[in-house]
Design a protein around this ligand. Structure first.
Ligand code: TPP
Ligand code: SF4
Ligand code: MG
Length: 347
């Protein structure tokens, strides 16, 4: 007699969803493209945090990176904006519906070149949005031209040497007022997932620059955005662990070696200090660390700067609690008498 073994129960997260719900369409990007690993980590982070995909809006501009929202959270809302214009679309969406969870994916070209003006104003407004730059130092979609994050002296596949200095999007974001700024590498699974989960619990703009090699146009010797270069030149500022508010985990640590940062929702970040005594709550130290590592030809990774309790754009505008999009007409439209009064006043 054969006894049927029961099907193993599929695991679900805290809102009862299986991990596959967080997947999207099959990727059309090149095999080995760093952007695909980032999509995987977004899926893991949203699953762990129990983000409801129905409440998510995925936003992007134009580029291989900007195509990637199609490959995660298939049931979420999505808006693929014009090149470099994702921030204004995101601002409109969040002001219309403050209950949305906004995840924006951009590229180093989409952000640093055509979209730099919109990026600047997004950072200073502290809109509650997770903004990910999938940074490969080139315009992958249009065949690998240097982008504004390409390092000085970096060599293109054609042999051309970049003779312009790069824009450091993290330093720029900190200077402009972003309240959560991190840098990671698509090949560093543990760090990237920790940073993404922390970013999802942050209220305000979380800006993540993720080094994401383009295997087709920028993964050769002489490139400073290749897998080999990233692996040998990344310098973690701290060893990061994230404990969401709904997980009852106690972390044991030696006093003086680990810093605890509490997020606005009660989640906790544990930052185990590595060789230097780094404090991501200190803006000046953050900018200095970016400059110092860059001058050594390295790039700092981890949580670079955080200001967990800064007022976000929704607070600053003092918006009503209910999303504007679902308020009834009589609450969004001034009555005839008020309009007449205004007209009287301008006669
Ligand atoms: C208004 C406009 N200008 C130029 C282009 C051409 N274009 C498409 S993608 C792209 C750059 C993409 O680079 P990046 O944002 O770094 O994305 P990647 O493909 O590297 O992921 C450019 C210049 C365009 N689509 N629209
Ligand atoms: S061209 Fe480069 S950036 Fe675009 S999908 Fe291929 S590897 Fe990725
Ligand atoms: Mg790019």
């Amino acid at each position: 007699m054969t006894v049927a073994t029961p099907e193993p129960k599929k695991k679900v997260n805290r809102i009862g969803l299986k991990q596959e719900i967080y997947r999207g369409g099959k990727t059309t990007l090149c095999a080995g493209c760093g952007h695909n690993s980032i999509s995987e980590r977004i899926i893991d982070a949203c699953y762990r945090m129990g983000v409801n995909p129905d409440r998510v809006i995925k936003l992007s501009g134009i580029g291989c990176s900007s195509k990637s929202p199609a490959y995660f959270l298939g049931s979420a809302h999505g808006f693929n904006a014009v090149h470099g214009r994702m921030p204004s679309v995101g601002t409109g969406a969040l002001l219309a519906n403050r209950n949305l969870v906004a995840i924006g994916v951009s590229g180093d070209g989409d952000t640093g070149a055509i979209g730099i003006g919109q990026f600047v104003h997004l950072m200073r407004r502290n809109l509650p949005l997770l903004y990910i730059i999938e940074d490969n130092g080139c315009y992958g979609l249009t065949k690998g031209q240097f982008s504004p994050t390409a390092d000085y002296g970096s060599k293109a596949k054609t042999g051309v040497v970049n003779d312009l200095p790069p824009i450091d999007t993290c330093a720029l974001a900190i200077e402009l007022g972003a309240s959560f700024v991190a840098r990671s590498f698509s090949g560093d699974k543990k760090q990237l997932e920790a940073v993404l989960t922390a970013a999802l619990s942050h209220r305000g703009t979380a800006m993540l620059d993720v080094l994401s090699p383009c295997v087709t146009f920028n993964d050769h010797e002489g490139s400073t955005k290749s897998y080999a270069h990233a692996r040998s030149h990344k310098e973690a500022l701290e060893d990061l662990s994230f404990v969401p508010y709904f997980e009852d985990i106690e972390i044991d640590y030696e006093p003086g070696t680990t810093q605890e940062v509490e997020m606005h929702d009660g989640s906790r970040l544990y930052l185990k200090k590595l060789e230097q005594d780094y404090n991501p709550l200190d803006k000046m130290q953050a900018i200095q660390a970016l400059h110092e590592t860059r001058s050594r030809g390295e790039f700092a990774t981890g949580l670079i700067y955080v200001e967990p309790k800064k007022a976000d754009f929704i607070d600053v505008l003092n918006l009503v609690d209910e999303p504007l999009a679902t308020l009834p007409q009589n609450r969004v439209r001034p009555p005839e008498s008020v309009l007449s009064e205004i007209m009287e006043g301008v006669r």
